[in-house]
Design a binder for this molecule. Sequence first.
Ligand code: NAD
Ligand code: TYD
Length: 357
Amino acid sequence: MKNILVTGGAGFIGSNFIRYLFGPGGFKGRVVNLDKLTYAGNPENLLDVARAQKGRYAFVKGDICDFKLLAKLFKKYKFDGVAHFAAESHVDRSIFGPKDFIETNIHGTFALLETARQAWGGRKDARFHHISTDEVYGSLGRTGKFKETTPYDPRSPYSASKASSDHLVMAYHHTYGLPVTISNCSNNYGPFHFPEKLIPLVILNALAGKPLPVYGDGLQVRDWLYVEDHCAAIWRVMKRGRPGETYNVGGNCEMKNIDVVKGICAALEKYAPAAANPALAGKAYAGLITYVKDRPGHDRRYAIDFSKIRRELGWRPSVTFKEGLERTVKWYLANGGWVLHVQSGAYRKWLRKNYNR
Ligand code: NAD
Ligand code: TYD
């Protein structure tokens, strides 16, 4: 691949992926980042890349649902690779308002597939990679893990929209021979994570002395993966994954939510002790933990069997949860300016309206 279209590259995982491509990924070609800049998109996430990769990195503000724009970009840049991240990505938001999820995640994916099909004709040497989630498989009981063969059983408007887009991607492979791959990954964490998701929300609330909201009994389980490990997996699938195949990606790191929150408090006590933080007024960070009303339809447990990508492509996670969490906490402590910017504007208004927070 020489010319890659990254959609949603101004978001959390997409921006980490673009940085990975130009760094450890060793990519020598050009990246075009198409992003609508919703509340979750922030071009500031890639300022360093934009400066260092002049001529090899371009940003285009636009919507993946815009057929005309997509056709123009495919013609101009002659893409031979697509890494499709753009999505509405937060389960809680999908419960409050599913419309944008249907538009971007389903219609947007359709627009991209159709444009790639028209631009590529019967070409087999290109690659359309869809970044998806383990949430399409539904919720697990106490045992078992999601395999690529696990039947889809999405439970939230978010996961239903991602399941729908996965099906469209595979349909384009089976019907038109489009060279596609899909990766279904577990929960990511790391730098540039938008502070509506559990880990960054808890870090920033704790530093501000605000309650740390734990939904329900806090015993739900997620399988956490450091974002750079996810980026490495995506790049491996794009380069060497078999067209028409799905690859599950996970961290081998099942954690109960309450233990994640306690782990964050411990990491904060190490790098920014509560005793020296005036917002805590003498409390420990863990003293802020507050059980709140559960999320409707809250999936109980996710866990990923990633033996296929390990066996076929030699990928495995490399960062332990303790190491990844400490890196993440240090990143948020060092990037107060970024935090201020993403917490202003649309995000704050949404929080006030929906959560009264
Ligand atoms: P994010 O919300 O941080 O970023 C999404 C990006 O897409 C933003 O930059 C936003 O501006 C952009 N976008 C939204 N609608 C758009 C549109 N119509 N046109 C163009 N751009 C648009 O999300 P993320 O956490 O980085 O997730 C990226 C992808 O990875 C998503 O497809 C998500 O489903 C998938 N995924 C996420 C996780 C996770 O833990 N975060 C896990 C597995 C899979
Ligand atoms: P989240 O980061 O929203 O990711 P997802 O819903 O895609 O798994 O949530 C991770 C887990 O943390 C999930 O079980 C819901 C829970 N959670 C809380 O307990 N409190 C919170 O404030 C948030 C945002 C999530």
